[in-house]
Write a protein that binds this ligand. Structure first.
Ligand SMILES: C[S@@+](CC[C@H](N)C(=O)[O-])C[C@H]1O[C@@H](n2cnc3c(N)ncnc32)[C@H](O)[C@@H]1O
Length: 225
């Protein structure tokens, strides 16, 4: 199936409400479970993680709970989405642990650098130029830093995309079902992401199929040259 890009930002108030109200508990749990399974033994007691395209902050907040000694930076280009993340962070009493940064990649504040861990979930398929994510990761991670990126895999046909929507979002509002369908059509395949990693020179990262609808990239950043 040919890729159909979707708008980069999902920041209208109804989109933010729908996204924030959706039940992403399962994929979010998959994301943090596999992170700890792969990297748990290498995560120091303290550290700093950046969550690229953090949206309403669900994964940033989960990680703050799982890694109590760590500081978290959540970065997003959508002002309304970031406002919602701010509300969630305050509700959880995590203002001292989670810093939220408004930035539209590849632009980012110069003080963001040397992160021990760079994570991103469901951002890549929104970017007009996918290399922006991989170059941002190279810039933000410290040498030897850890990386985990998850996103949707583009299915082979529109029919399979519709089946995935009804299986995994059948009970969600219409606006969210359409967003999910459009995201599946905008998603990159494993082969395409493999090419992107090679072009970015990210030899320490590898990709694999993760769930029926996701791929997962994990690995380590080499020393900067
Ligand atoms: C599908 S949401 C994913 C949110 C979150 N990571 C999650 O797993 O729930 C994608 C997010 O990426 C953000 N985004 C899109 N393009 C961006 C860019 N160039 N720089 C920063 N954030 C961007 C959008 O505003 C949106 O909040």
């Amino acid at each position: 199936m040919n890729r159909i890009p979707e708008p980069e930002l999902m920041d209208s108030p109804p989109q933010v409400d729908a996204y924030d109200g959706a039940d992403f508990a399962e994929p979010n749990r998959f994301f943090t479970d596999i992170l700890l399974e792969r990297f748990g033994s290498r995560l120091e007691k303290t550290g700093h993680v950046v969550d690229l395209g953090c949206g309403p902050g669900n994964i940033s907040i989960r990680l703050a709970r799982l890694l109590p000694g760590w500081q978290i930076t959540g970065l997003d280009a959508g002002p309304n989405m970031l406002d919602r993340a701010g509300t969630r962070v305050r509700e959880e009493g995590l203002e001292d642990r989670i810093r939220l940064v408004h930035a539209h990649l590849p632009e980012m504040p110069g003080d963001l650098r040397d992160f021990d861990l760079v994570i991103s979930n469901s951002l890549l398929h929104h970017l007009p130029d996918p290399m922006v994510l991989w170059h941002s990761i190279t810039r933000l991670a410290r040498p030897g830093g850890l990386v985990q990126v998850m996103d949707l895999q583009r299915p082979d046909s529109p029919e399979i995309a519709r089946e995935l929507v009804s299986e995994h979002a059948g009970n969600e509002p219409e606006i969210l079902q359409e967003d999910f369908y459009n995201s599946l059509r905008a998603a990159w395949t494993i082969d395409e992401v493999g090419d992107q990693l090679a072009r970015a020179g990210l030899d320490g990262l590898s990709i694999r199929s993760f769930t029926s609808r996701h791929w997962l990239v994990q690995g380590t950043i080499g020393s900067r040259t």
